[in-house]
Ligand binder design. Sequence first.
Ligand code: MG
Length: 397
Amino acid sequence: MAIVVVAAGRGSRVGEGTPKQYRSLAGRCVLAHGLSALRRAAPDAAILPVIHADDVTLYAEAVASLDPASRAGVLAPVVGGASRQESVRAGLEALAAGPDAAPGIVLIHDAARIFASDALIARAVRAAEVHGAAIPGVPVADTIKEIAPDQSIRATPPRAALRAVQTPQAFDFRLILDAHRRAAQSGADGLTDDAAVAEWAGRPVHVFEGDAANMKITSAEDLAAAEARLIRDLVDMRMGQGYDVHALGPGDHVWLGGIKISHDHGLVGHSDADVLSHAVTDALFGALSDGDIGSHFPPSDPQWRGADSNIFLAYAARRVRERGGMIAHVDATVVCERPKVGPHRDAIRASLARTMEISLDRVAVKATTSEKLGFTGREEGIAALAVATVRLPLAGA
Ligand code: MG
């Protein structure tokens, strides 16, 4: 079985900027949520994403945020066409031409539906096996009117006979490939779903029971509702703490939270000695009960000599995403007499947020002196403390 995930649209209804399938929701992008839900529901399926040519980098980041089990079996993406219909056909043709035998059943699914349940996927597969072409539908709550161009009502179809249809739409692979090819050859375009392509080709399409929870993310409001639903499921709340110290030595700058700050000394260390980034990184590892910065990046390993500490922090944040979790908040404190941290606070927050791929309002940075007491007071070194709040799904949930 194969699943074609259509992710090539521009999604202009969510507003300007990043296409909706790459918008971040509860720590991961929409597409990553969708791919991992499909992998859970269909562990053996080959999953083929169809993406927009402009989104290659965004797509690579989305896949990098998946845990290894979800990533397994996700085929190299195919670039889609100008319409949904063309994009699906590109996906089907890639499966037909691929190195593996063409699948018996194919599901065609929108990237913007990230809540497809295991039961819905199972119903789709069964319906395709029985009927050859099948789509999920849900009863409509509103009365539907067909209107004329002048806004007058032309007809009121009986509501009991109406269904709002969803994806995954499920087909015998040869049937839908043949229907798409014939439609393309005949110049029949503007068919907005794959059932319409099958209907155009004269194939009967069965409607099976959909799932009202299988919402499609279309608007900015949908994004907010989807995020609320995802966060609600992240009930395993963790707090991790991190603490780090680096000695001050000769130099003309220090790195703090990914920002280079001029100073009359430098911080001494194996990497770039970014004491603040190290504390935050350890707080994340602590929240995950996942060792510490030294166990993931041993100082004995020469490849980390002079390393950019953003590498360590980005890695720890990725470990959170791989667990299906999100970083809810990070709060950090730098302890030093000099340099003054205040003027750099906003730049540091922005850098930390960017590196962890979370929003700015989830990062706090504070600074204090130690009133000239102790090693920080004598300016022998700089200390940093951090607390990270991480939300994870319940294991096995
Ligand atoms: Mg350190």
